[in-house]
Design a protein around this ligand. Structure first.
Ligand code: SF4
Length: 398
C-alpha cells in the first residue's frame, strides 16, 4: 500500500493547505462560536472566493474549500473584517482549543476558553507542535469531549476545575479561569521539557507509552498529581433538540454556503467536533436537503474523508461507497471509509474501516484505524456496494 504523506501540521486561514480542489482555508472560531453575522459572512465569502463548500473538522473548525491562490488574499481580508483572523500564522496554529457546545452563560467555560486563547498567543507562550490541542468541558455533560483529540483537558471538578494531561490519571484542581489557563500553560511547558517534541511533532499520549500509568503519572509536576481523572468519555451528542438549542448534522460534515446562511438565520452557531452544529436557541429546524435532524438517519453511521478526486493522496472515491453502504449498517455499527491509510476523517478506531489501495480496491479493517492491519484485502468498491454482506463475513476471500 502507498504510504500517505504526513505533513505534521494542520491548515489555518493564514497558512492554508493545498488539496485536489484548491486551497483548504481553516477558520478557528473563538470559543467555538460564530455569531449570525460571522456565519452569514463565511457563507458569502465561501461562494465568492471558494467553491461554496464548507467542511466541519474533528477539531470543531470550519474549512472553506476550493480557494485559488489568487483568491486567498481577498478572502483573508473578508474574514478579517468578520474578526475571524489571527495576527500571525503562529498565533492561529497555537489557538487549538475545542470547547463543548453545551456551555451556558455564567458557567465559566467561555471565560476559560478566552483566557486560554490569550495565554496561547502571548509572547511567552510555549512553542507547541501544530497538532497539540486543548479541550474545555462544562458542568453540563462534563466529559462529552473525553473522546475528542486533545493533549491538555479541562473539565469541571467539585472544587473548581481539573486541568490534566491526556492519558494521565490525575490533574491539578484550580478555581478561576485565569488560574486554569496558567495551569494549562505550566503543563504545556512541562510537556516540552519532558521531551514531548521530536522533529517538531509530539502528542501528550505518546510520552513514555511503554510504562505503566502509575509510573508515567509520577513524572508529572506535583500539583498535577492531585485530583483523580475518573470519568469515561461520554460518547457523542445526538442530533435533535437540546436545552440550549438544536443540534444538526450534515452528510460527511459538509455544508453548502446556502445552508450555512440558512442556519445563521436561526441563531448563533456553536461548532462541534462531531461535525455537527448547535443552533443556539432553536427548538426545531425544517428538513431541508443537506441537514440531518433525525438521530436514526443512517448517514450518521458513516464517516468518509474527501477521497478522490478532491484529495491528491486519495486512492479511491470514498463518499459514494459510504453512501451506498450506510443503509446496510445496523444502528450500532459505524463505518469509516478512508481514501488512504492516513485516516484524516477519523483517526481513532471504528468497528468497520475501508481503506483505499493503489490498485483501486479497498481493504477492510475491523475494530481498528485506517493504518491497522486489514482482515480482508483487495475488495472492489463496486462489488462491495452491491454485496454489503462482505463487510460482515469473517474469513478473507480465497
Ligand atoms: S485520508 Fe482521505 S483526505 Fe486524508 S490524505 Fe488520505 S485520502 Fe486524503
Amino acid at each position: 500500500m502507498s504510504e500517505p504523506i504526513v505533513k505534521g501540521w494542520c491548515p489555518g486561514a493564514l497558512r492554508p493547505m493545498m488539496s485536489g480542489d484548491g486551497l483548504v482555508v481553516r477558520i478557528r472560531p473563538r470559543g467555538g462560536r460564530l455569531t449570525p453575522e460571522q456565519a452569514k459572512g463565511i457563507a458569502v465569502l465561501s461562494a465568492r472566493h471558494g467553491n461554496g463548500l464548507i467542511d466541519l473538522s474533528a477539531r470543531a473548525n470550519v474549512q472553506l474549500r476550493g480557494v485559488t491562490e489568487a483568491e486567498h488574499a481577498p478572502l483573508i481580508e473578508g474574514l478579517s473584517a468578520l474578526g475571524l483572523i489571527d495576527e500571525t500564522t503562529e498565533a492561529e496554529s497555537r489557538r487549538n482549543i475545542v470547547v463543548t457546545p453545551f456551555w451556558r452563560y455564567g458557567d465559566g467555560t467561555v471565560e476559560i476558553a478566552s483566557a486560554l486563547e490569550h495565554a496561547l498567543v502571548a509572547p511567552d507562550a510555549p512553542e507547541l507542535p501544530g497538532k497539540f490541542g486543548f479541550s474545555v468541558d462544562s458542568v453540563f455533560r462534563p466529559s462529552i469531549l473525553g473522546g475528542v483529540s486533545a493533549d491538555i483537558r479541562i473539565t469541571p471538578h467539585c472544587e473548581g476545575w481539573l486541568v490534566y494531561a491526556d492519558s494521565f490519571i490525575t490533574g491539578a484542581v484550580v478555581d478561576t479561569p485565569e488560574v486554569v489557563a496558567e495551569a494549562a500553560m505550566e503543563l504545556a511547558r512541562w510537556f516540552i521539557s519532558a521531551g514531548g517534541i521530536v522533529d517538531g511533532r509530539g502528542r501528550m499520549a505518546r510520552l513514555w507509552p511503554n510504562e505503566s500509568p502509575a509510573r508515567r503519572n509520577q513524572k508529572l509536576p506535583t500539583r498535577f498529581q492531585q485530583g483523580g481523572v475518573n470519568f469515561a468519555a461520554d460518547g457523542i451528542a445526538s442530533v435533535g433538540p437540546h436545552d440550549i438549542g438544536f443540534l444538526v448534522g450534515f452528510e460527511f460534515g459538509q455544508i453548502t454556503a446556502e445552508t450555512m446562511s440558512f442556519l445563521a438565520e436561526n441563531g448563533p452557531l456553536r461548532i462541534t467536533p462531531w461535525r455537527m452544529v448547535l443552533v443556539e436557541g432553536a427548538t426545531a429546524l425544517p428538513a431541508i436537503p443537506g441537514l440531518i435532524t433525525d438521530p436514526a438517519d443512517p448517514m450518521l453511521r458513516v464517516t468518509a474523508c474527501t477521497g478522490a478526486p478532491g484529495c491528491p493522496q486519495a486512492l479511491v472515491e470514498t463518499r459514494p461507497l459510504a453512501r451506498a453502504l450506510c443503509t446496510f449498517l445496523t444502528p450500532d455499527d459505524r463505518l469509516h471509509v478512508s481514501g488512504c491509510a492516513k485516516g484524516c476523517a477519523h483517526p481513532g478506531p471504528t468497528p468497520l474501516t475501508l481503506v483505499g489501495r493503489a490498485d483501486g480496491t479497498v481493504d477492510l479493517i475491523r475494530g481498528g484505524t485506517a493504518a491497522d492491519t486489514p482482515s480482508r484485502t483487495g475488495l472492489l468498491p463496486a462489488t462491495l456496494a452491491t454485496n454489503p454482506a462482505l463487510l460482515t463475513e469473517t474469513e478473507d476471500a480465497p
